[in-house]
Design a protein around this ligand. Structure first.
Ligand code: ADP
Length: 636
């Protein structure tokens, strides 16, 4: 029979998988057991709502069968099984539902190279190739008389053929690889090893995981003084079957939580935080939530689906209940088990379910409390968390017209001119100087760029702290907040920056009035791009800078200009070109105004282009500026 090829992505992945020096080969067992348990869950759930399925909970089991002579390990379940088509589509490709995206579009770029590809998504079934060189999956869908066998020896492809199988469900038979000098695959035929693995990873599985184990007993009739022993086989249930979330928190080790998380939510990293909430009274529920260490592939992309698993008294009724999580906490993984929910609740009903809304509200509060705790007690961990999910939090502040800002404002951390540590707004305010009324911020693509802004120099020279906003969403988030504890935010590049003393202001005013004619002449030369030219005395070393008038800052201009369809919409911040009155350039332009007005025009244009570049804006007339600079270089 002709072999079918895996889809290309699957092939690549499979190759990586098989050849990976992944140290935890043992996880294949938890993956297969988990698939078996999911398959039983599906059938069990159907039995609760569909009278034609006449099975009760006690009928289900997952069975592990070892055949040392044949060197095979079998995992068998009596769950929903798969049809021929399902075998092909479920096991023939990994790239189902587009979850597998090598290009990582829309993901956080800076981390792209750090992400361990294998670790980023559920490889589930395929992990079995780490320990076996041939896999046969025989399956019969519940309600069908036909069984099929899917077989594969790895990357070259797979085949599907008709097969015989008693009863419904699925059997996965692994032919273990031969032992090598470095790897002993036969360990997975060892009873104790298997028992240990089930305890470690699959103890909470709700259905019995059974295996025939070897026991020893005294041979009947053997003499007391010379007892003889014989071996016999007996079925043993290897798991305790209590869902981990139903066990007392103090009883469960961190490792157990971590293993559960990794298995259930397909992550290879431990979560940075485990949150458990149990309430009784108005609504009865237990929530077990995890904050992942890394944003999953495609997290910031459009196809990402948020949600928590929803259980009703231990039975899974929905895999991704999105009503339980607000968008800004969409990175949270986990589950909610409530005894108050009806089993056949539909999606539409869920949206309006009061119970669910109350749970969602309580979870939101719990998650933000836990994040604050982490921020206060373990800043390094929090920084890691924020690097992964901070953007989402900031979008949360900005979204829905600021409806969630009170929950989120203390979760944001920013870079600052005060040392290398990131700071919360609360910390900033607690450090504010006497008489400081504003929270200053500067915007740039990076900390370094923001730091170099002429106005930052001016503000920090007065002893004020400046927040560096390096992400596009930052400024929007602060604008939405408007103030923190009554202190307004102020962009240091804004014309409202007012850090000069009364005396300084007076003298500047006089200076600007005296030079009015010249400054207007320069504005004329530059054109309508700016609303004026004036002297400033707040710059230290820089010759000139741009400041914005009105609400729209230069960065926002940049951001809005980058939005699709807006490139040429001509959204412009009102800008003023400010010239450092203490810089030699001030003397130079005065001199030119008297001696060579044509040359002053060139100077004005170049100063403006310079100031734009420092602010991170592009210039619209690069060739003109290029020519002007050269003409001055050659002395025209
Ligand atoms: P995942 O479990 O993450 O979806 P897997 O590669 O482990 O990925 O499995 C792919 C699919 O194959 C599953 O989603 C399920 O539909 C199907 N499947 C795997 N194992 C079984 C099984 N024992 N019984 C029924 N279906 C199964």
């Amino acid at each position: 029979m002709a072999k079918k090829q895996f889809k290309t992505e699957s092939k690549k992945l499979l190759d990586m998988m098989i050849n990976s020096i992944y140290t935890h080969k043992e996880i294949f067992l938890r993956e297969l057991i988990s698939n078996a348990s999911d398959a039983i869950d599906k059938l069990y759930f159907r039995s609760l709502t569909d009278p034609s399925v006449t099975l009760s909970k006690g009928d289900y089991e997952i069975r592990i069968i070892v055949d040392e002579a044949a060197r095979t390990l079998e995992i068998r379940d009596n769950g929903c099984g798969m049809t021929k088509e399902e075998l092909e589509s479920n096991l023939g490709t990994i790239a189902r539902s587009g979850s597998f995206d090598f290009k990582n579009e829309g993901g956080p770029k800076e981390n792209a190279d750090k992400i361990d590809i294998i670790g980023q998504f559920g490889v589930g079934f395929y992990s079995a190739f780490m320990v076996s060189d041939r896999i046969a999956v025989t399956s019969r869908a519940y309600g069908s008389d036909e069984a099929y066998r899917w077989q594969s020896e790895g990357v070259d492809g797979y085949s599907v053929e008709k097969a015989e199988k008693d009863g419904f469900g699925t059997s996965v038979v692994l032919k273990l690889r031969p032992d090598t000098d470095d790897e002993r695959y036969s360990e997975f035929l060892d009873e104790y090893r298997i028992k240990g693995l089930v305890k470690k990873y699959s103890d909470y599985i709700r259905y019995p995981i059974r295996m025939e184990v070897t026991k020893s007993r005294r041979r009947e009739g053997s003499p007391d003084d010379k007892p003889e022993y014989e071996e016999y086989k007996e079925d043993e249930t290897l798991n305790r079957m209590i869902p981990i979330w139903k066990r007392e928190k103090s009883e469960v080790t961190d490792e157990e939580y971590n293993n559960f998380y990794k298995e259930k939510f397909r992550d290879y990293d431990d979560p940075v935080r485990v949150i458990r909430q149990k309430t009784e009274g108005v609504s009865d529920y237990i929530a077990l939530l995890f904050i992942p260490a890394r944003a999953p592939y495609g997290y910031y992309g459009r196809d990402f689906e948020k949600g928590l698993q929803l259980y009703s008294s231990g039975v899974l009724i929905m895999d991704k209940c999105k009503e339980l999580l607000p968008d800004y906490f969409s990175f949270v993984k986990g589950l909610v088990d409530s005894s108050d929910l009806s089993l056949n609740i539909s999606r539409e009903m869920l949206q309006h379910d009061r119970q669910l809304k109350m749970i969602a509200k309580a979870l939101e509060k719990k998650i933000s409390d836990e994040l604050i705790k982490m921020q206060e007690n373990d800043r390094d961990k929090y920084k890691e968390f924020f690097r992964e999910f901070g953007t989402q939090i900031k979008y949360g502040v900005y979204s829905d017209f600021g409806a969630h800002k009170d929950v989120l404002k203390d979760l944001m951390i920013f870079r600052t001119s005060m040392g290398n540590e990131m700071t919360t707004l609360k910390e900033y305010v607690s450090r504010m100087k006497d008489g400081q009324t504003k929270i200053y911020f500067a915007v740039g693509d990076s900390r370094e760029q923001a730091e170099l802004l002429p106005q930052v120099e001016a503000v920090t020279a007065k002893g004020f702290e400046v927040l560096y906003l390096t992400e596009e969403v930052d400024e929007f988030a602060l604008m939405m907040l408007n103030n923190y504890e009554g202190k307004e935010f102020l962009n240091v590049s804004s014309d409202e920056l007012d850090i000069a003393s009364d005396e300084e202001k007076e003298s500047l005013k006089a200076e600007n009035e005296a030079a009015k004619e010249m400054l207007d002449f320069m504005k004329e030369a530059i054109g309508d791009d700016i609303s004026g030219v004036r002297f400033t005395n707040s710059l230290k070393d820089h010759p000139a800078c741009l400041s914005s008038e009105g609400a729209l800052s230069s960065t926002m201009e940049r951001t809005l200009g980058k939005m699709p369809g807006q490139e040429n919409a001509g959204i412009r911040a009102e800008k003023v070109l400010e010239i450092n009155s203490a810089h030699p350039i001030a003397g130079k332009i005065r001199e030119l105004y008297d001696s060579d007005k044509e040359k002053l025009k060139k100077y004005a244009k170049i100063l403006y282009a310079n100031a734009r570049l420092i602010s991170g804006l592009t210039i619209t007339n690069p060739s003109e500026i290029g020519e002007l600079v050269t003409s001055l270089m050659v002395g025209d």
